[in-house]
Design a protein around this ligand. Structure first.
Ligand code: UDP
Ligand code: MG
Length: 325
């Protein structure tokens, strides 16, 4: 069998050589053919130069594509999956937080017939605030979203060819992979590993981008928030009706009294706030529809190198000229 390892890299110059050496060392010990598909996600440091060297040094087992700018890890994974030719694909981070030692274990589970083999990390070494927030987020999201999202389950996983083809058949522009992996189904198995600290370089996730990623997870997978908006509206209208009845009754029993100004202002402002939130929520979905209807490609490739010795694919030549297919 042939295994493809897909590695999205964004400014990973400090660690990419070490990653390549370690992973290759692991793969060489296994009785399989393999290729490593690097995706340079528009790095601004020397990552691309390193990838060129790696591809030269290991012809026949290394390929890379380089984006015209930073398109994000989701786009990077998608490009890697499109490039991969193996019977199974493992997606790994370049920073050695996904221990290459686990590849053998994943392959064993794959050979037992599982289509998705997931390595679930613990939260050791994370900042306490970040792990507490993550845990709360997953608890909330699993109540709301139709697909199951598990804490600590990330992109480190092995996918069989049918799973890769299933993922590639999903055309959406907003790709929330965690949800997509879960949505496609297939025979899935999970095992745990201890989280390692990043070897070098620094994380690309700022707090704000994590928050946005969280919102993506909520909005990409269903329209339940819209349903909640409807129910909230119904509840508020119900309360308003009850309040009107109560006021009418008191006015009839005790006569009309002037006070009520504060109540009125509070209600007007409160309702205004609720309406703004609901409008924003609807806007969020419309924004997503807007991006989907543009049908833009997920990424643009400015340079790529295939496995040496393979006859050059005309499509690839067109890609390297900066055009998109
Ligand atoms: N990455 C990427 N594009 C981006 C951000 C990150 O390809 O815009 C890659 C990065 O090079 C790494 C992986 O995604 O291989 C995970 O990123 P990082 O280690 O920064 O995330 P963390 O482990 O902190 O969640
Ligand atoms: Mg990392």
């Amino acid at each position: 069998m042939k295994l493809s390892v897909v590695v999205p890299c964004y400014n990973e110059e400090a660690v990419i050589d070490r990653f390549d050496a370690t992973t290759r060392g692991m793969l060489d010990d296994l009785p399989i053919q393999y290729e490593i598909c690097y995706v340079d996600d528009g790095s601004t440091d020397g990552t691309l130069a390193r990838l060129r060297l790696l591809a030269e040094r290991h012809p026949g087992g290394t390929r890379y594509v380089s984006f015209s700018r930073n398109f994000g890890k989701e786009a990077g994974m998608l490009a890697g999956l499109r490039e991969a030719t193996g019977d199974a694909v493992i997606i790994m981070d370049a920073d050695l937080q996904h221990p290459p030692e686990l590849i053998a274990r994943m392959l064993d589970l794959y050979q037992l017939g599982h289509d998705q083999v997931i390595a679930r990390r613990g939260r050791e070494g994370d900042k306490p605030l970040r792990s507490a927030l993550s845990r709360a987020y997953y608890r909330a999201v699993n109540k709301w979203v139709d697909v199951e999202l598990a804490d600590g389950v990330g992109d480190f996983r092995l996918l069989s060819r049918p799973v890769v083809d299933a993922l590639l058949s999903l055309p959406e522009y907003n790709r929330f992979s965690k949800g997509l992996f879960s949505w496609i189904g297939f025979d899935t198995v999970t095992f745990d590993y201890r989280n390692a600290a990043r070897e070098a370089g620094e994380t690309k996730w700022r707090f704000g981008s994590l928050l946005n990623y969280g919102l993506d997870g909520l909005f990409s997978f269903n329209n339940r928030p819209l349903r909640i908006a409807i129910w909230l509206g119904v509840a508020l209208a119900g309360l308003a009706a009850l309040y009107a009845v109560w006021i009418t009754v008191t006015a009839m029993s005790y006569g009309v009294t002037l006070p009520g100004y504060v109540t009125l202002v509070a209600i007007v402002v409160g309702m205004g706030g609720v309406q703004m939130v609901m409008l924003g929520l609807i806007g969020e979905y419309i924004g997503r529809i807007y991006y989907e209807t543009k049908r833009r490609p997920h990424f643009l490739i400015k340079e790529s190198a295939g496995v040496a010795g393979k006859p050059e694919d005309p499509r690839r030549r067109r890609l390297s000229q900066g055009k998109v297919v």
